[in-house]
Design a protein around this ligand. Structure first.
Ligand SMILES: Cc1cc2nc3c(=O)[nH]c(=O)nc-3n(C[C@H](O)[C@H](O)[C@H](O)COP(=O)(O)O)c2cc1C
Length: 158
């Protein structure tokens, strides 16, 4: 049976959303059942169900998560729920021009999820908008490798 997977999208100007859409297609092709949710209006309860999650978030302000991700991020920090049933990956978007806070959006999500006991699969991908690469292409390439890691981890656990 296809494993369900929730893609949580934090974005200000829509780039992360476009990446998430293409990653969702690639994940469906790889045999998952992905559901994409913009982070707008979400709180920590969106991670209550054990399972697989993919955070796709950009970075704004001075290394902040985007506005639509603030509610979820702040709720995780305030409540620190037990997320030991959560496995996750992070595709982070940023720009190296912001040298001091490069990709802090995705990195902040990674740090709080780890503090809540969730288990990350693979490394955090940090996209650099100043590098001239197409984020959707990078996203699809990364997520295909990530999907294999998830499937490997699943086979090990079985
Ligand atoms: C006002 C503003 C502030 C930003 N601050 C940061 C930052 O602190 N660190 C970083 O790595 N990128 C920063 N970025 C770059 C964005 O994260 C990057 O362009 C990303 O691809 C935008 O994705 P989105 O359209 O999904 O929001 C900033 C961009 C803008 C316009």
């Amino acid at each position: 049976m296809a494993e369900k997977l929730t893609i949580l999208v934090g974005t200000m100007t829509g780039t992360a959303e476009m990446v998430a859409e293409e990653m969702s297609d690639a994940l469906a092709e790889a045999g998952f059942e992905p559901v994409t949710k913009p982070m707008d209006g979400l709180d920590a309860s969106c991670l209550a169900a054990p399972g697989l999650y993919l955070v796709c978030s950009s970075t704004y302000g001075q290394g902040d998560v985007p506005d639509n991700a603030m509610g979820l991020y702040n709720d995780l920090v305030a409540r620190k729920p037990d997320l030991s049933g959560v496995r996750y990956g992070v595709f982070s978007l940023g720009d190296r021009t912001y040298a001091e806070t490069f990709n802090f959006g995705g990195k902040k999500f990674d740090a709080i999820l780890e503090q809540c006991g969730a288990r990350r699969i693979g490394a955090v991908f940090t996209h650099d908008a100043s590098a001239g690469t197409v984020p959707e292409d990078e996203g699809v390439k990364w997520v295909k490798a990530w999907a294999k890691l998830c499937q490997g981890a699943q086979a090990e656990a079985a």
